[in-house]
Design a binder for this molecule. Structure first.
Ligand code: GRF
Length: 211
């Protein structure tokens, strides 16, 4: 594991007693991660305390550094066991996990430790264009190739199967006959930015209320 800026581990402990901590897992650019961190910055209940990745060169790590959120990177082997990841989440007293472009399977140990507390966003209207290997531009290319007239986003809980956890929220955007995969990606990203932070807040607030 490689850790960055972990001096702020203290923040996770010094929070007012009722505050709940979120970790964001991301493998790539992290534009959603940044949007979520900014949205929750002064939230009375929820705080993003940690960014975790599987890629040492993921731009999300640079975004985390700029936003003063500690981050860590685990190797593929460490992700497979889940032991070190769980230990770090425990160090940070993480209550909820948000996946934002995270490409590895979540180990069973994490699924068991965080039942209904891990949510993901998928850039299509699941069950369409989901499953193993369907991520990023591949999704939008498949949407265009199959002549769909709409696409959108799905926010859902995570379980043992890729993209099959309970759906929390879906919304759509039109796909025009002239749209390229890049056009669809831009529309879908706009939906992600508009809705993901708000839905995260709603889902975790109601989870806390029924704890
Ligand atoms: C998003 O489209 C998200 O739906 C998918 O991966 C992409 C991540 O983009 N799961 P970014 O790294 O947040 O820019």
């Amino acid at each position: 594991m490689q850790r960055f800026a972990h001096f702020s581990l203290l923040c996770a402990y010094l929070h007012p007693i009722m505050k709940r901590n979120i970790a964001i897992f991301a493998s790539g650019s992290g534009s959603n991660a940044e949007n979520i961190i900014r949205y929750l910055k002064n939230n009375s209940l929820l705080a993003v305390q940690l960014v975790v990745s599987n890629k040492i060169d993921a731009f999300v790590l640079e975004r985390a550094r700029r936003l003063n959120v500690p981050s860590a990177v685990f190797s593929k082997k460490e992700w497979e066991s889940g032991k070190e990841v769980l230990a770090l989440l425990a160090d940070y007293r993480i209550d909820f996990i948000v996946l934002a472009g995270f490409l590895l399977r979540i180990p069973d140990s994490l699924l068991h430790a965080y039942p209904d507390k891990i949510i993901n966003i998928h850039p299509s209207l699941l069950p369409k264009f989901g499953g193993k290997g369907m991520y990023g531009d591949k999704v939008h290319e498949a949407v265009v190739a199959s002549g769909e007239t709409e696409s959108g986003i799905t926010i859902h809980y995570i379980n043992e199967h890729y993209d099959e956890g309970g759906v929390i929220f879906q919304t759509t955007c039109p796909v025009l006959p002239t749209d390229t995969a890049a056009d669809v990606a831009a529309k879908v990203h706009a939906l992600e930015y508009a809705h993901y932070p708000r839905i995260i807040e709603e889902v975790f607030r109601s989870a806390v209320a029924t704890d």
